[in-house]
Design a protein around this ligand. Sequence first.
Ligand SMILES: Cc1ncc(COP(=O)(O)O)c(C=O)c1O
Length: 390
Amino acid sequence: MSNSRTDRFSEKIVKIAPSGIRKFFDLVIGRDDIISLGVGEPDFPTPWVMREEAYYHLEQGHTSYTSNWGIQELRDEIAKYLTRYDLHYNSQDEVLVTIGVSEGIDAALRAILNPGDEIIICEPCYVSYQPLADLCDTKLIHLDTSKTGFYPTAEAIEKVITPKTKALMLCSPSNPTGRMIPVAELEKIAKVVKKHEIWVLTDEVYCELVYEDHKHTSIASFPGMKDYSIVLNGFSKAFAMTGWRIGFMTGPADLMDQVHKLHQYSAICAPIMSQYAALEGLKNGWKEVERMRVSYQQRRNLMYKAFINMGLPTIEPEGAFYIFPDIRKTGLTSEEFATELIEKYQVAVVPGSVFGQAGEGFIRCCYATDIIKIKEALNRMAKMVSELTK
Ligand SMILES: Cc1ncc(COP(=O)(O)O)c(C=O)c1O
């Protein structure tokens, strides 16, 4: 290498660790013998009506940029959709179409955090929260939810709030645990947020994938919460659109003004074909969403039963498509367990520790996988657990 400068890269980015999930994905690539319960994405293609709509626009030559905010008709439809959850946003200046929830999280954090601010991250949590907050020179307050059933309580949150606390990051239903924050607890958290005047970033990307009688509630829907809430949502999971890179965020107009600037300069707009497909999904894709949801629910039931039969303590997930069994009785760390499982039994899962220290002792299994493969993976896991615990 000819460039010998030692400061070629940003110190901040050098310090950021690559996603621990990727490491396990990479082990699976090109290995047909491995059953992967690792990747967190739907095993369905995007519903046909949506793909067809995208084809139509492609064929018509609709391949330009759109408004930075996103196509107005899509924003109107998003605002209409959110009223299902008692969320009321003006589609002109409070709804932004983003390049997935991922871009929304990044833009929201950068729009609100100053160096030295504190942000509370409820762990175990989705892998992007911590590094993206770190890049804002913020102080991360890791809230361990493993002792409270893997959801944060208002009491625990209030205990870690200081005058420097700027924001709280929530995710319900949760990746990696599938847990939902009970409505009564969410209401208490809303009171704490208002009392201390902090932002709450609420990642609701799994809100359509909830099972049995559970119903999603957004913290932003409680009285007076709109001014404190940033709602992050998208199409990747419910509409099986991970590769289209499309999501949205909503918040009060003055915040969205700031976020809009970031989005304008770093993204310009979400891909136009994805926007048209998403619009079609909101209008005519719901039957397909329901079909996929029911299928995930069946697979969740199968997995939950199997882990209980293996003797691994497991909380029945209420949403998303993950289950998070406790593997501590095997005597292995979650990383050791996942490594042995992939090497000796050819099943890929993600160690819980990837989602924060609070996930140590657990593994994340994604059940958005073919049911025959899930059954085989569970048989292999049962063998390993019985070997380790006999
Ligand atoms: C909780 C959570 N938030 C956000 C994302 C990213 O979503 P998107 O594809 O919309 O960027 C994921 C993806 O796995 C996720 O699990």
